[in-house]
Ligand binder design. Structure first.
Ligand SMILES: Cc1cc2nc3c(=O)[nH]c(=O)nc-3n(C[C@H](O)[C@H](O)[C@H](O)COP(=O)(O)OP(=O)(O)OC[C@H]3O[C@@H](n4cnc5c(N)ncnc54)[C@H](O)[C@@H]3O)c2cc1C
Length: 441
C-alpha cells in the first residue's frame, strides 16, 4: 500500500474504492488489486485492521493481520488512513481526513464498514468504570492501564472470551465471565462446533489463555453500584443475586452492523432481527448496481466470513466474477457458523427488562428511558429530549432502543440517517460544498 499524500482535488478516480480496512476491506482491496485495477482503501482509523486486528501498543497485531497487511504491499493500493466518509453524492463519496476534505470518485464501490458493539442500558451502566466488552478490549490495546485492576466481564457471545483474554494479557485480574445465554444453549453451541474446526481451535486456544477464570452461564448483570465510580456489580445467576466488588465492568451484548453509509447511499436494508443489515445478492451486490457490501455490514458473521466475503466483493468489483464464484461455498459455510452462533446466544428477556424510568438511555444527551416513553416518533424524541443528537448520533441509544422494542418508524428511504455521518469540521463541510469541488477532478 502507499500512503496517499497529495492536496485536495487531485484525488483520482478509482476503479474500485473500498470503505473500511478491517478483514473484509483488506481482502476486497487485495482481490481487486490482483486484477490490475486502480484501488483506493479508506478507513477512519490510523492503522488498517478493523476491530479484530486493532493495533496493540504493547503486543502489535496478530500474525494473521501481519500477513494480510503484508499481502497488500507492492500492489499499488492507495491507502487513505484517518479518513472518514462523512457524506455522499450521486457519483462520489465525501471524505474528511488529515489532508483535508475531498471527493472520492469510483466506478465500483465496496462497503466494508463492519460492526459496533451492542450496549444495553441497566441501572448504573453510565458509571465511570463501566464500558463495553469490546470497548474495554480496544482501550487495553491503546494502552489503558490495567495492571492489577479487577475486571468483571459480562454480556453475551464469543467476544467476551476474546476481550477477557486481551484484558488478562494486559495485566488485569479477570474475576469472572458472566454469559447471559443458558447453559443448555452453550452446550448445544459447543456440540455443533466440530463442523467448523478453525473455530474449535480458536475456542480451545482462548480457553487455555483463560484458565482459572470462572465462566458462568445464565448469569446477567442487573446493576452497577458506586459513587464517583464503579464499586460493585450486582449479578443474577443460578445462585440468586450476588454482589461482586471490582474496579471495572466490561459488558457487551454482541454486535450490530454499521449500515449508516449504505443507508445514506440508498442501499436496500433487510431486518432479520431488530437491527438492519445491508441487503446483498449471492454476488454481494447491493440494490445499487455498482455498490457491493462485505463482512459484518451485511450481517454479523465473524472474521472468517468477513475475509471470504471481502475477497468475493473485490473480485466482483474488479469485473472478475469467476474468481469470486469459487469462494461461494466457503462463504456459505462461514455464514452457517454465524447462524449457529445467533441461535444459541439469543438474548434472554431478562436482559431487555433492566432499565428503569430513570436509567439514562442516551448517554450523550443524558436522556432517561422515562422521558422517551409515550413519544410518537424519532423526530419527537429528538425535538423534545435531544435523544440521539449527541456525538454518537444515535449509534448507541438508537440501537439499544431498537433492541428494547422502543424504536419508532422512520420516514424516507434513508431511514432517518442524515449527513454528516460523523461529527465533521465546519471547514470540511464548507470545502465539500463549494462549487469548484462539486465536479469530477
Ligand atoms: C469492539 C469490537 C471488538 C471486536 N473484537 C474481536 C475480537 O477480538 N476477535 C474477533 O474474532 N472478533 C472481534 N470483533 C468482531 C469483528 O468485528 C469481526 O469479526 C471482524 O473484524 C469483521 O471485519 P469487517 O471487516 O467486516 O469489519 P471491521 O473489522 O469492523 O472493520 C470495519 C472498518 O470500517 C471502518 N469504517 C466504518 N465506517 C467508516 C466510514 N464512514 N469512513 C471510514 N471508515 C469507516 C472502521 O473504522 C473499521 O476499521 C470485534 C468487534 C467489535 C465491534
Amino acid at each position: 500500500m502507499r500512503h496517499y499524500d497529495v492536496p485536495d482535488y487531485d484525488v483520482p478516480d478509482y476503479d474500485v474504492l473500498v470503505v473500511g480496512a478491517g478483514p473484509a476491506g483488506l481482502a476486497a482491496a487485495r482481490a481487486a488489486a490482483s486484477h490490475g485495477v486502480r484501488v483506493g482503501l479508506v478507513d477512519a482509523q490510523l492503522r488498517a485492521g478493523g476491530q479484530v486486528w486493532r493495533d496493540d501498543v504493547r503486543f502489535g497485531v496478530p500474525a494473521a493481520a501481519r500477513r494480510a497487511l503484508a499481502a497488500l504491499r507492492g500492489q499499488g493500493i492507495d491507502w487513505l488512513e484517518r479518513t472518514e466518509i462523512v457524506s455522499v453524492q450521486p457519483d462520489c463519496l465525501l471524505a474528511d481526513g488529515p489532508q483535508g476534505a475531498r471527493h472520492l470518485h469510483y466506478r465500483q464501490l465496496v462497503l466494508a464498514t463492519g460492526a459496533r458493539e451492542l450496549l444495553l442500558p441497566f441501572p448504573g451502566w453510565t458509571l465511570p468504570g463501566v464500558t463495553g466488552a469490546g470497548g474495554a478490549q480496544a482501550l487495553a490495546k491503546q494502552g489503558w492501564p490495567l495492571r492489577g485492576k479487577s475486571v468483571l466481564v459480562a454480556g453475551s457471545g464469543p467476544l467476551l472470551l476474546a476481550a477477557s483474554a486481551t484484558l488478562r494479557r494486559h495485566g488485569a485480574r479477570v474475576l469472572g465471565i458472566h454469559e447471559q445465554a443458558a447453559f443448555d444453549d452453550l452446550r448445544r453451541f459447543a456440540a455443533g462446533l466440530p463442523r467448523w474446526p478453525g473455530k474449535l481451535i480458536q475456542a480451545a486456544a482462548l480457553s487455555l489463555r483463560l484458565l482459572g477464570v470462572p465462566y458462568r452461564a445464565g448469569s446477567v448483570v442487573v446493576a452497577a453500584h458506586g459513587d464517583d465510580r464503579l464499586r460493585e456489580v450486582e449479578i443474577e445467576g443460578a445462585a440468586g443475586r450476588t454482589r461482586v466488588a471490582c474496579d471495572q465492568l466490561a459488558v457487551g451484548y454482541g454486535l450490530v452492523p454499521n449500515t449508516e453509509l449504505a443507508q445514506l447511499m440508498g442501499c436496500r436494508l433487510e431486518y432479520p432481527g431488530p437491527h438492519p443489515q445491508v441487503a446483498v445478492d449471492a454476488d454481494l451486490r447491493t440494490s445499487l448496481g455498482n455498490v457491493f457490501a462485505a463482512g459484518e455490514a451485511c450481517g454479523i458473521g465473524g472474521r472468517d466470513c468477513a475475509l471470504v466475503e471481502g475477497a468475493m466483493a473485490g473480485h466482483l468489483a474488479a469485473g472478475k466474477p469467476e474468481a469470486a464464484r469459487v469462494l461461494r461455498l466457503r462463504r456459505r459455510h462461514a455464514r452457517a457458523f454465524a447462524e449457529h452462533l445467533h441461535r444459541h446466544f439469543a438474548l434472554d428477556a431478562r436482559v431487555l427488562d433492566l432499565a428503569t424510568a430513570d436509567t439514562p438511555v442516551c448517554r450523550c444527551e443524558d436522556v432517561p428511558l422515562g422521558a422517551l416513553q409515550g413519544l410518537a416518533s424519532m423526530r419527537e424524541a429528538k425535538l423534545l429530549t435531544r435523544c440521539g443528537m449527541g456525538a454518537c448520533q444515535g449509534r448507541i441509544c438508537g440501537t439499544a432502543l431498537r433492541e428494547l422494542g422502543l424504536s419508532w418508524p422512520t420516514n424516507g428511504s434513508v431511514g432517518g440517517v442524515r449527513p454528516p455521518l460523523f461529527p465533521a469540521r465546519l471547514a470540511a463541510l464548507a470545502t465539500l460544498s463549494t462549487p469548484e469541488t462539486q465536479g469530477r477532478t
